[in-house]
Design a protein around this ligand. Structure first.
Ligand code: CO
Ligand code: ZN
Length: 331
């Protein structure tokens, strides 16, 4: 398979922090309109893309939101204070550029620190280049959100960008829906507000009542200098999740996924993540419980403006998702 990553590039550069996913939803809807029977947005903003079929009802979930910052206060000189939206690492913030929804760019600055350990959120501010509160109020307002700036860079085997978490999951889902010949009932859900507590997936799975759910999201790796020990590596295949902080995958599901990957010669690796969660964490607890699994894309520097992944792992994820959609009746 040769994947064209142009759509991924476009996806990563769209503004979409938690709670403001509309532009991502609109882009995905335009991509998938010719490939589905029904497109709808629910109360929370999840985009549901349905293709009717006769077998099992399969929900595929990928979250549209990216981590960001929200303005809490504007001071007299026009500097902005903020709170994180999602798992932002404070030391990563200093010197970063951030972008607001209407395009204004700011730099994150830091007050004078007596010692490095004083670096806390309340020492940071965003400088949008104005000199008073009044001037700042012409451009931004309290409660407005910003995202990191992080260009999309593609090399022979790798991709670096902001927001690969989880536009890569959206991309894998889009590519799989375009390719699949599955006759099952398919509900692809592009969810909202995953980064701030897996919120969109919760209502979507309740209303859809799927027979099976597969989330696609990034996972960490253990293949960088002195990384926390973890067996996941870039380029070693799609991750099949065993455990994270939001779920333990049922042995029946992970064995089914691995058997199909093995049969189709799709490279995969077992993923045990000692923190974090995905949409499947909420979905598998919906109503009386939903059989759920996760396909993970190994990604370095998750939640930074320069996340990195390997294109071969993305191809493996698309291949395996396509195969699973066709073989779900065997589960
Ligand atoms: Co994330
Ligand atoms: Zn994610």
């Amino acid at each position: 398979m040769d994947l064209d990553f142009t759509i991924l590039e476009q996806l990563t550069q769209i503004f979409g922090p938690s709670g403001s996913e509309e532009r991502v939803a609109e882009f995905i809807a335009n991509q998938l309109r010719p490939y589905c029977d029904e497109l709808k947005t629910d109360t929370l903003g999840n985009l549901m893309v349905v293709r009717h079929g006769t077998g099992k009802k399969i929900m595929v979930a990928a979250h549209m939101d990216e981590i960001g910052l929200m303005i809490t206060h504007l001071d007299k000189e026009g500097f902005l204070r903020f709170t994180p939206l999602g798992g932002v690492r404070i030391p990563n913030l200093v010197g970063q550029r951030v972008k607001f929804s209407k395009g204004r760019i700011g730099t994150i600055g830091v007050e004078k620190l007596d010692k490095p350990s004083d670096l806390k959120l309340d020492k940071l501010y965003i400088d949008i280049g104005v000199s008073s509160r009044e001037e700042a109020e012409q451009i931004v307002h309290i409660g407005e959100t910003a995202v990191f700036i992080g260009d999309f860079v593609e090399s022979e085997s790798k991709i670096i960008s902001k927001a690969l978490d989880d536009r890569i999951g959206c991309f894998v889902a889009i590519e799989a829906l375009k390719r699949t010949k599955s006759t099952n009932e398919l509900a692809f859900v592009f969810t909202v507000q995953e980064e701030i507590g897996i919120r969109g997936a919760r209502t979507a799975s309740y209303s859809l009542e799927p027979d099976l759910a597969i989330a696609v999201d990034v996972t960490a790796t253990g293949d960088t200098p002195k990384a926390h020990p973890m067996s996941v590596k870039l380029g070693s295949g799609v991750g099949i999740k065993v455990l994270d902080h939001s779920m333990i995958t049922s042995p029946r599901i992970k064995r089914w996924m691995a058997a199909i990957a093995t049969e189709r010669k799709i490279p995969f690796q077992w993923e045990v993540l000692e923190y974090g969660g995905t949409d499947s964490g909420a979905i598998h607890l919906s109503r009386g419980g939903v059989p759920s699994g996760v396909l993970s894309i190994p990604t370095r520097y998750v939640h930074s403006p320069a996340e990195m992944l390997d294109k071969r792992d993305v191809e493996a994820a698309v291949d395996l998702l396509v195969a699973l959609l066709e073989r779900a009746t065997e589960l």
